[in-house]
Design a protein around this ligand. Structure first.
Ligand code: NAD
Ligand code: IPM
Ligand code: MN
Length: 356
């Protein structure tokens, strides 16, 4: 029996619509506080604004304090056109994901209303899967470089780094999740037909690990075909496991099946030790064109709070929040990207009113 993580939550609104949707997530967390959940909220001043003011991105001492004191980090989004190189965003986001070794980016793809599913003849019941995206390796590690920059002979390289340990632990996480949730199939997506060396490792490890879960069907697909199948019939998938880059791309496609990025939440976890802190963020970015208008969809951030509460040891809250969001959608009490007319704050209120 493992111990639970601390109930202190570090909150980073970030940039663009990040602080707007995070404010709504905090409103929801405050409801839980009033209901007696022992949550402590700690708001951090990090993001483009801070970076432009004093050059701070993600100080090492702060990271250490978060590691020691917090059970979760709640993040809005990072990315601001005033910082074209995105150095603050990378320091903070990758500082959290890599720094805390949060190797599983768990992204549920679940549609909460029939009308949000854009596929002809398909409804919410056809879109219910979860993507396990490897979160500490792949091309995201930043290995590589540029040579002869700005000349016709320029070379630009990003290495795709895949370790035995890294590949195995994300595949195990996907199978463990499937077993715990009574799922019948795990699908692994790679590009081993083209990336012979790196992705042959995925094929081999997937085959090995799958033998430890004889009750679960193990399916291998190439990632390009996966994109096709997801559009043709998403109901055939239950758990998908893939690398960092493919997971990023496939989950935006997944968000499309859910009704857009405003509907997709995510958890970044060190699955092998649930007492370690987790990072919780909507799948969407800072959506600069929407920022400051009060129209951003807060539902992805609210659904993310559900994942966060599960991690902190409050089971059932993910489904409870999901049900309240579904009820608000059903009543048309939502933002315009999902067919309503409400602003960010009013859409949140519609959910809070429906939280049983
Ligand atoms: P984006 O997710 O910000 O926006 C993509 C599309 O989805 C846009 O049409 C946007 O209007 C819409 N959208 C996103 N969130 C929405 C919401 N809550 N409600 C309604 N509509 C929503 O992606 P982008 O435009 O490619 O990137 C913008 C910036 O965000 C970039 O700097 C990017 O690097 C960054 N980004 C950050 C994160 C993160 O911090 N986790 C994730 C993705 C992108
Ligand atoms: C995401 C984002 C990030 C990623 C960007 C901002 C680096 O797209 O969280 O999906 O690629 O992981
Ligand atoms: Mn992404």
């Amino acid at each position: 029996m493992s111990s639970l993580p601390p109930r202190k939550i570090a909150v980073i609104g970030g940039d663009g619509i990040g602080p707007e949707v995070t404010r709504e997530a905090l409103r929801l967390l405050e409801v839980y506080q009033r209901r007696g959940l022992p949550l402590e909220l700690w708001e951090l001043d990090l993001g483009a604004e801070r970076y432009l003011r004093d050059g701070t991105t993600f100080p090492r001492e702060l990271a250490e304090q978060i590691r020691q004191e917090c059970g979760a980090v709640l993040l809005g989004a990072l990315g601001d056109p005033r910082v074209p190189g995105l150095e603050h965003a990378r320091d903070i986001l990758f500082g959290l994901r890599f720094g805390f070794d949060l190797y599983a980016n768990v992204r549920p793809v679940r549609a909460l209303a029939d009308r949000l599913v854009p596929l002809k003849g398909r409804g919410a019941r056809d879109v219910d899967l979860v993507v396990f995206r490897e979160n500490t390796e792949g091309i995201y590690v930043g290995m590589g470089g540029q040579m002869r920059r700005g000349t016709p002979h320029e070379i630009a390289i990003n290495e795709d780094v895949n370790t035995r340990l890294g590949v195995e632990r994300i595949i195990v996480a996907a199978f463990e999740y499937a077993r715990r949730h009574g799922k019948t199939k795990v699908t692994m997506a790679d590009k081993s037909n083209a990336m012979r060396h790196a992705h042959e490792l995925w094929l081999r490890v997937f085959d090995e690990v799958s033998r430890r879960y004889p009750e679960i069907r193990a399916q291998h697909v190439y990632v390009d075909a996966l994109c096709l199948y997801l559009l043709q019939d998403p109901s055939q998938f239950e758990v998908i496991v893939t690398n960092n880059l493919f997971g990023d791309i496939v989950t935006d496609l997944g968000a499309g099946l859910q009704g857009g990025l405003g509907m997709a939440g995510s958890a970044n976890l060190h699955v092998a030790d649930p007492s370690r802190l987790g990072l919780f963020e909507p799948v969407h970015g800072s959506a600069p064109p929407l920022a400051g208008q009060g129209v951003a969809n807060p539902f992805a951030a609210l659904l993310t709070v559900g994942l966060l509460l599960e991690h902190l040891g409050f089971p059932g809250e993910e489904r409870r929040i999901e049900a309240a969001v579904a009820a608000a959608l059903e009543a048309g009490q939502c933002t315009r990207d999902v067919g309503g007319e409400l602003g960010t704050e009013a859409a949140t209120r519609a959910v809070l009113e429906r939280l049983d």
